[in-house]
Design a protein around this ligand. Structure first.
Ligand code: TRP
Length: 374
């Protein structure tokens, strides 16, 4: 067993989809089962979700249990992994407040994830010089500073390893900077985390079924983990492929072809023997598609079979967990208690380092008493 502390989380703004699955969930279950860690935490980032859904708390509230069910159904095991709810750990907001002193406005504005999210929400404007102007807009401070709160999430648990998608890289970099700054000012206290990306590049950023850059709820191009086989088949049959591949005999393109990207993310050689025995592996299938003579329907049916095979046990487990929702809340409550104990330990170390432990510091009280006696 190593000294790794693994931590990651998701915003509860909807059910989790297969982009989350290949980008992170599948890897988490593998990590959990390899058992090569000291502790592992997975949490529901409701407070972070509220930074851009503060006007819709009901949405966040409804999705807590959806995400918890997704966790349990993919196979995260609460006896191995502490599963908790972010807002139940007040130490996280306390840490955020102290870390705010260590981050400049300019640095936050440079965070690429924040930058693109700000642009997406229409909060940034181009000036004549082409510079982005963030201020003077309606950007809420809470949203702007969420990378600092994410640094609190990570450091409160002294996480060494954060399994996450590529889009989270800037958050981890920002966390590392906060850790270094904190430790250099207040003394070695916090631990520097590292991001753990999926090994397979198709899994880094799984496109939506429409072929758009990213699977996302707002684009309506997701396949959800909890989708029925029927819904999944329909979505796969509607997937974006190669617009130039009009008749079966046309040579096809693999690059940017969503069905092949998904096959890269999901397909193993065994699947050919089971479902498409004319080919030995994905390379052979790709070669045929490129030559021409292989229709989209055939590759879509193959993909649907692979996806259904992978997701059927997950759906079945979800159905079981759905039968006892109070038990799911109970699991989250217990996980949150465990997590809080760890975070509060770090919190007291942070306060000691920052010398805001007035009531526990007998030497301070004595020296103050001495000072005023004179
Ligand atoms: N920002 C992450 C997301 O959008 C969620 C998250 C919050 C997170 N805090 C975290 C991920 C800490 C990893 C570590 O999904």
């Amino acid at each position: 067993m190593s000294n790794k502390v693994i931590l990651t989380g998701d915003r509860p703004t909807g059910r989790l989809h297969i982009g989350h699955y290949v980008g992170s969930l599948r890897g988490r279950v593998e990590l959990q089962n390899e058992a090569d860690y000291k502790k592992m935490f997975v949490f529901i980032a409701d407070a972070q979700a509220l930074t851009d859904n503060f006007d819709n708390p009901e949405k966040v509230r409804q999705n807590i249990v959806e995400v918890a069910l997704d966790y349990l159904s993919v196979g995260l095991d609460p006896s191995k992994v502490t599963i908790f709810v972010q807002s139940m750990i007040p130490e996280l907001t306390e840490l955020t407040f102290f870390y705010m002193n260590l981050v400049t406005v300019a640095r936050l504005q440079r965070n690429p994830t924040v930058k693109s999210e700000i642009a997406m929400r229409g909060f940034s404007k181009e000036t004549e010089e082409g510079q982005e102007k963030v201020f003077g807009s309606g950007l809420p401070v809470g949203f702007f500073t969420y990378p600092i709160s994410q640094a609190a999430d990570i450091t409160a648990f002294k996480a060494t390893t954060v399994p996450a998608g590529e889009d989270q890289k800037p958050m981890i970099e920002q966390t590392v900077e906060i850790v270094r700054k904190f430790n250099s000012i207040y003394g070695e206290t916090l631990v520097e985390p590292q991001i753990l990306l999926p090994k397979n590049s198709a899994c880094l950023r799984l496109p939506g079924i429409d072929g758009k850059a990213k699977m996302s709820k707002s684009l309506g191009n997701c396949i959800y983990l909890s989708e029925t086989a029927d819904e999944l088949n329909k979505k796969v049959m509607s997937m974006y492929t190669d617009p130039q591949h009009i008749s079966v005999n046309d040579p096809g393109h693999i690059e940017g072809n969503t069905v092949f990207t998904y096959l890269d993310a999901f397909c193993k050689d065994e699947h050919f023997a089971l479902y498409l025995p004319d080919y030995a592996n994905l390379d052979e299938l790709k070669a045929h598609y490129k030559r021409g003579g292989l229709g989209d329907v055939k590759i879509k049916k193959f993909l649907a079979k692979i996806l259904n095979e992978e997701f059927e046990p997950i759906r079945a487990r979800r159905k079981e967990f759905e039968k006892d929702i109070p038990a799911v809340y109970d699991m989250l409550r217990k996980g949150s208690q465990t997590a809080r104990e760890v975070a509060s330990q770090t919190m007291s170390e942070v306060k000691n380092a920052m010398k805001i432990n007035y009531f526990d510091d007998a030497a301070l009280i004595a020296s103050q008493a001495e000072k005023f006696r004179k």
